[in-house]
Write a protein that binds this ligand. Structure first.
Ligand code: GUN
Ligand code: ZN
Length: 440
């Protein structure tokens, strides 16, 4: 569907600000049961109560009794790792060597890269995720394919060729010079094209030489609004290795800082094993942590101290980290985030969780003028969800008295099977197959 004027009737949920850690729905939570969301030329232009439909010059789609939210934003995910999702029995460094590095080598082939990129972008949308910050592989063709696939679909995507010039198989390494050349060409072609932005993508400190990270820092200073994405302090053996490789750095995070890579557009996955000085450095530089709960539990990495990051002024977004993570579903990710906090005696309300996966992420990426809410002027990246899809969640939701109880149960029990349809810039990109209509 790509009507110039589109109206969607559903229960609208979005956020006006950070709801904090209370389950009470304060002023940051905006729930408008049975409303029309008005979309014109791909942008949200307003809302109307359900009983006041817009005129006949609007294509009206009645999704009454369903939930409509801004599309989710996954701030850290690896496109080629759909090939290794759910791989058995290892922690980070062994997992990279055993599963991930071998799988990523196939993406040197432009055909494999194009097929993988299309599969990945379609899968994101089919999980209700309309924007993402994404790793392809070291191969230029894989970055090219990923950016092209997102561009074709009109998706807001941030990505860049992976930089790795050591401690990886030869088929997965570049050099400082080739990395700079490829990055510059990809930036010229894609940075700011449509809804795309380029990210300097240092895989992690162990796989880049100091010279390569210095090159990345130079480009960050040279090209306005470049993003940076990497991993930090995910696993204890990894942290120990970084300490050996960079004895002069105060900490793992400080390695990146030393090369000028910590900017307000830097997205660092994990951040489990940080100290107070690191958290203060994040706050000071404006770099933020992408929390990856399904990955952190699956790879046995550890538990993120989210409250402490926030208390020290650092920001947190939400990410699947597939294929270390075990699902592209943001609801599943949020349900695991709840458990990661529960293990630390902290209660994560549905409001805080859903905010973090929408407006919170948009703010971390400085894209809240474009995505993350249903505010007029935002691009219409929105998803319609079933509140329930089976007897167990139907039953549980029917007993929910307070709004938080109902939304929390939805967040905890739902996944991509609840997605009815996803719109990217007002275009319907994903619709659940409808049961066959009787004919004759
Ligand atoms: N650290 C370096 N590379 C990776 C990766 O691909 N996944 C995760 N989870 N951590 C990493
Ligand atoms: Zn990752």
């Amino acid at each position: 569907q790509s009507a110039a004027r589109l109206a969607l009737r559903a229960d609208l949920l979005d956020f006006r600000g950070d709801p904090g850690w209370s389950p009470e729905p304060g002023t940051a939570v905006r729930f408008r049961p049975d409303h029309w969301l008005l979309v014109e030329q791909g942008r949200i232009v307003g809302t109307l109560p359900g009983e006041e439909p817009p005129g006949d010059d609007w294509l009206r789609l009645d999704r009454r009794g369903r939930l409509l939210m801004p599309g989710f934003i996954d701030t850290h995910v690896h496109a080629p790792q759909l090939d290794v999702i759910a791989s058995f029995g290892t922690q980070l460094l062994e997992w990279l060597e055993t599963y991930t590095f071998p799988a990523e080598q196939r993406y040197a082939d432009p055909g494999v890269a194009a097929e993988g990129a299309a599969r990945f972008c379609d899968a994101l949308v089919a999980h209700g995720t309309t924007s993402a910050v994404v790793f392809p592989t070291v191969h230029r063709a894989s970055a090219e394919a990923l950016l092209a696939a997102a561009h074709e679909r009109g998706m807001r995507l941030i990505a860049g060729k992976v930089l790795m010039d050591r401690h990886a198989p030869p088929a997965l390494t570049d050099t400082v010079d080739s990395a700079e050349r490829d990055s510059r060409e990809l930036i010229a072609r894609w940075h700011g094209a449509g809804r795309l932005a380029y990210a300097m993508t240092v895989r992690f400190a162990p796989t880049s030489t100091p010279a390569q990270m210095a090159m990345a820092g130079r480009l960050m200073r040279e090209v306005p609004d470049l993003y940076m994405q990497t991993h930090v302090a995910e696993n204890r053996a990894e942290v120990a290795w970084v300490a050996e490789l960079f004895p002069q750095a105060r900490s793992y995070l400080d390695v990146y800082h030393g090369f000028g890579l910590l900017t307000p557009r830097a997205v660092l996955a994990h951040g489990i094993w940080l100290d107070d000085a690191d958290r203060a450095l994040l706050a000071h530089t404006g770099a933020h942590i992408a929390h990856c709960p399904t990955s952190n539990l699956f790879l046995g990495s550890g538990l993120l101290d989210w409250r402490r990051l926030e208390a020290q002024g650092a920001s947190v977004s939400m990410a699947t980290d597939v294929g270390g993570g075990t699902s592209l579903s943001m609801q599943r990710t949020l349900a695991e985030a709840y458990k990661v906090q529960a293990l630390q005696g902290v209660r994560l309300p549905a409001w805080k969780a859903l905010y973090t996966a929408t407006l919170g992420a948009a703010r971390c990426l400085h894209l809240d003028g474009e995505i993350g809410s249903l505010e007029p002027g935002r691009v219409a990246d929105v998803c319609v969800w079933d509140w329930a899809s089976g007897p167990v969640d139907s039953h549980r939701l029917s007993l929910g008295r307070q709004l938080h109880e109902k939304v929390f149960a939805w967040m905890t029990l739902s996944d991509e099977r609840h997605l009815v349809e996803a719109y990217v810039a007002g275009h319907r990109r994903c619709a659940r197959p409808q049961p066959p209509q009787p004919t004759g």
